[in-house]
Write a protein that binds this ligand. Structure first.
Ligand code: ZN
Length: 412
C-alpha cells in the first residue's frame, strides 16, 4: 500500500538534510527513525534491491512504502544501524540482532529500539522495531473492547479457578490483552493474590507479577514448569501460549485444582479454539468443567477522526448522518492530515467475540464433541455475537471501514 503524503512528508525532510557533510549517513538514520516514530510506525524495513534501497514502515499493522534510496547507500545505512545497536559490522553473512537502548533523536523521544539484520540476495536487509504495541494498550479499558465483553472479562478475572482463553491469529493482539488482564488483577487484588507467569519469552514486565521465562534446553519447558509452579502456591497463573498437548493438559489440570489460568491459543474463532483443544487431546469433561470463556479477538484500524470524522474538512462539515449514508468507505479528504498523514486511519482497537461454555446448549455440544460448524450454529442460536456481526456494527457507526474488516477478517 502506497501513501503519497507520508512519502512526500519524508522527502521534504530529506531535502533539508545536508548531503555533503561527513556525517550524512548517521544524520539520515536519525532522520528515518525520528520520522518513523513521528508517524507512529512500529517497524522500519530497509530492503536492498538490485538498483535501490527500499524503505517501508508498518503503521497500525499495515506496511507502507515510504522512500527509496540509491543502492550505494544500502550497506552504509545498515552499517550505521549495526554500530548503533552493537552488532558486528564486519559480519554481513549471518543474521544478527541487537538493541539500541535509550535511543534519543532530535525530537527528544526516548525508548528502546531493536535492530535485526538478515543477509539477502542484494545485501543485508535491516528491520528496526521501534516500540511494542503494548505501550498504547496498558489497561483493559485502553483496548477499545466492546463494553459487554470488557465487563464480563473483568468479572472473570475475579474468579478463583478456571481457564480464560485468549485466542486469535498471530498479530491479533491477544498477548497484549492478556498483559492488560494481569495489570487489572494486580489493581484489583494487589499483593493479596500470588500471580505467576510462565512465558516463552517474557515480552513485557508487569509490576506485581512474578514472571518466568522457560529454558527448554535445560528441560524447563512450559509443561514441566507448570507442574513445578503448582507447588509455588500461586492463585493466578498466566501461561504464554498453549502450543502442544502437554502444556494444554497441565494448564487445564491447574485450573481444575483451584487456580485461575489465563492463556493464549492460536485459533481463528472461539469455536475453532474449542475443537482444536479437543483435537489436542483435552478431554471434553475437562474443557467443560474448567473453561470459563473463550475470547477471540482482532485488531482493526480506527477511522481517523481528524480528517474522516465529523470535523470540518475543506470548509465542509461532515455530519454523522453523512457518514452513515456511506458506511464502509475511507474518506481521507485531506492528504496532509496532521494526525494520520493521509492514510485515513489512526490507531487500532480490539474487537472480539466471546464463547460462554457454561451456557447449557454449548456445554452439551462440547461434551458430545460436535464439529466447529455445528458448534458455531449452536452458539449463534444461543445468542453469541460473532466477530463479523461486531464488525458490521463498527462499520455502521463509522469506527472502521468495510475495506479494513475485509483486510482483517476476509470475506467468507
Ligand atoms: Zn487523518
Amino acid at each position: 500500500m502506497k501513501s503519497a503524503s507520508i512519502a512526500e512528508q519524508f522527502s521534504v525532510s530529506l531535502r533539508e538534510l545536508k548531503t555533503q557533510s561527513d556525517d550524512h549517513v548517521p544524520l539520515l538514520v536519525d532522520l528515518i527513525l525520528a520520522q518513523a516514530r513521528r508517524h507512529r510506525a512500529s517497524d522500519v524495513h530497509l530492503i536492498p534491491a538490485e538498483d535501490r534501497l527500499l524503505m517501508q514502515w508498518r503503521i497500525d499493522g499495515v506496511l507502507h512504502s515510504v522512500a527509496s534510496f540509491d543502492a550505494d547507500l544500502s550497506p552504509k545505512v545498515v552499517a550505521r544501524l549495526k554500530v548503533m545497536s552493537g552488532l558486528l559490522t564486519y559480519r554481513s553473512d549471518v543474521p544478527q540482532e541487537g538493541r539500541v537502548s535509550k535511543f534519543n533523536v532530535h525530537d527528544g523521544v526516548e525508548g528502546e529500539v531493536r535492530v535485526t539484520t538478515f543477509p539477502t540476495l542484494y545485501g543485508e536487509k535491516a528491520a528496526v522495531r521501534l516500540f511494542a504495541e503494548t505501550d498504547q494498550f496498558q489497561r483493559l479499558s485502553d483496548l477499545g473492547l466492546p463494553d459487554d465483553i470488557a465487563a464480563s472479562l473483568k468479572d472473570m478475572l475475579q474468579a478463583t479457578s478456571g481457564v480464560v482463553l485468549m485466542t486469535g491469529p498471530s498479530g491479533s493482539g491477544k498477548t497484549t490483552t492478556i498483559y492488560a488482564c494481569l495489570r487489572e488483577i494486580v489493581d484489583m487484588f494487589g499483593d493479596s493474590k500470588s500471580i505467576m507467569t510462565l512465558e516463552d519469552p517474557v515480552e513485557v514486565v508487569v509490576p506485581g507479577v512474578t514472571q518466568s521465562q522457560v529454558r527448554p534446553h535445560v528441560g524447563f519447558d512450559l509443561a514441566t514448569g507448570l507442574k513445578s509452579m503448582m507447588r509455588q502456591d500461586p492463585d493466578v497463573i498466566m501461561v504464554g501460549e498453549i502450543r502442544d498437548p502437554e502444556t494444554a493438559e497441565c494448564a487445564f489440570q491447574a485450573a481444575l485444582t483451584g487456580h485461575l489460568v489465563l492463556t493464549t491459543f492460536h485459533a481463528g474463532s472461539s469455536v475453532e479454539a474449542i475443537t482444536r483443544l479437543l483435537d489436542l487431546g483435552i478431554e471434553p469433561y475437562l474443557l467443560r468443567s474448567t473453561l470459563r470463556a473463550v475470547v477471540c479477538q482482532r485488531l482493526l484500524r480506527e477511522v481517523c477522526s481528524h480528517c474522516s470524522g465529523s470535523e470540518s474538512v475543506g470548509g465542509k462539515l461532515k455530519t454523522s448522518s453523512e457518514l452513515l449514508d456511506k458506511p464502509g468507505s475511507v474518506t481521507a479528504l485531506s492528504d496532509s492530515c496532521s494526525q494520520c498523514g493521509g492514510l485515513g486511519y489512526h490507531g487500532r482497537f480490539v474487537t472480539a467475540e466471546v464463547l460462554d461454555p457454561n451456557q447449557p446448549e454449548i456445554a452439551a455440544a462440547i461434551l458430545s464433541r460436535v464439529d466447529s460448524h455445528a458448534l458455531q450454529s449452536i452458539a449463534n442460536a444461543a445468542g453469541a455475537v460473532t466477530l463479523r456481526a461486531r464488525a458490521a456494527e463498527l462499520i455502521k457507526f463509522g469506527r472502521t471501514t468495510q475495506e479494513e474488516v475485509f483486510r482483517v477478517l476476509g470475506n467468507h
